[in-house]
Design a binder for this molecule. Sequence first.
Ligand SMILES: NC(=O)c1ccc[n+]([C@@H]2O[C@H](COP(=O)([O-])OP(=O)(O)OC[C@H]3O[C@@H](n4cnc5c(N)ncnc54)[C@H](O)[C@@H]3O)[C@@H](O)[C@H]2O)c1
Length: 256
Amino acid sequence: MSSLLAGKNILIMGLRNKWSIAWGIAKAARDQGANLIFTYLGEREKDAVAELAASLDSSAIYSCDVTSDNAIDHLFTALKQNYGVLHGVVHSIAFARAEDIQNGVVNTTRDGYALAMDISAYSLAAVAKRAQSLMTQGGSIITLTYMGSEKVFPGYNIMGVAKAALETEVRYLASDLGPQGIRVNAISAGPIKTLSAKGVKDFSSILDTADQKAPLRRRIDHEDIGGPAVFLLSELSRAVTGEIMHVDCGLNIMGI
Ligand SMILES: NC(=O)c1ccc[n+]([C@@H]2O[C@H](COP(=O)([O-])OP(=O)(O)OC[C@H]3O[C@@H](n4cnc5c(N)ncnc54)[C@H](O)[C@@H]3O)[C@@H](O)[C@H]2O)c1
């Protein structure tokens, strides 16, 4: 074990199973000595998250549905009592209804739009608001985005709109929280097979395109995201905030 995050309390939000991007980040953070705290969404996901947490020497799992202010308040009250100080937060959460991801932005319903924005974008601000009072030694907040915010990916639709909001939110939160020594950044990850990605139409052809067109001629894997996440959570990135870092084997730079 190395020590870039030794003694740091890092909250991981968005672990569902071993395919989750949050799992790659959690493993890399643990390898660097972090004390990991996890949230899970609902009883259905509790056991799986508890098992994964235990394999990284953590028994700290807390329920949190980010659509509920009460649930977020409850989480941070418990974290304050149990840990006092938080050094990092990984926000790896997104959701939109399948029909809103698949049917084109032009067909998005008002409540489908609001739901996607609430969970995928607003929740970062809601979490950052509570986390700041525990980040008394400074801190680092990271979130996950996708280049569907920058260019049109048929089949991504409302999530692209939500990711654009999320990325702008990262810059405003970085400005709001910078004076307290709290940094806010995003990783724009290349396509990677997860449960959420299954909702995106023709996702396997997006993966194939990454293999063929990315400058490094391959798709990313979970370990590829873990390293940059550790960088952003650690002191190595102490002067980096408000940044959207592409971790995609260079795919985003290609015009065709
Ligand atoms: N898979 C990809 O290709 C890819 C690429 C770039 C960015 N991302 C982003 O990475 C992040 C993680 O997604 P993933 O691909 O690992 O999929 P995943 O399904 O493993 O993770 C999504 C997580 O969001 C959580 N979540 C959904 N609604 C929630 C709510 N109301 N409250 C609390 N948690 C909630 C789920 O429980 C799950 O743990 C997302 O923001 C996603 O958009 C994914």
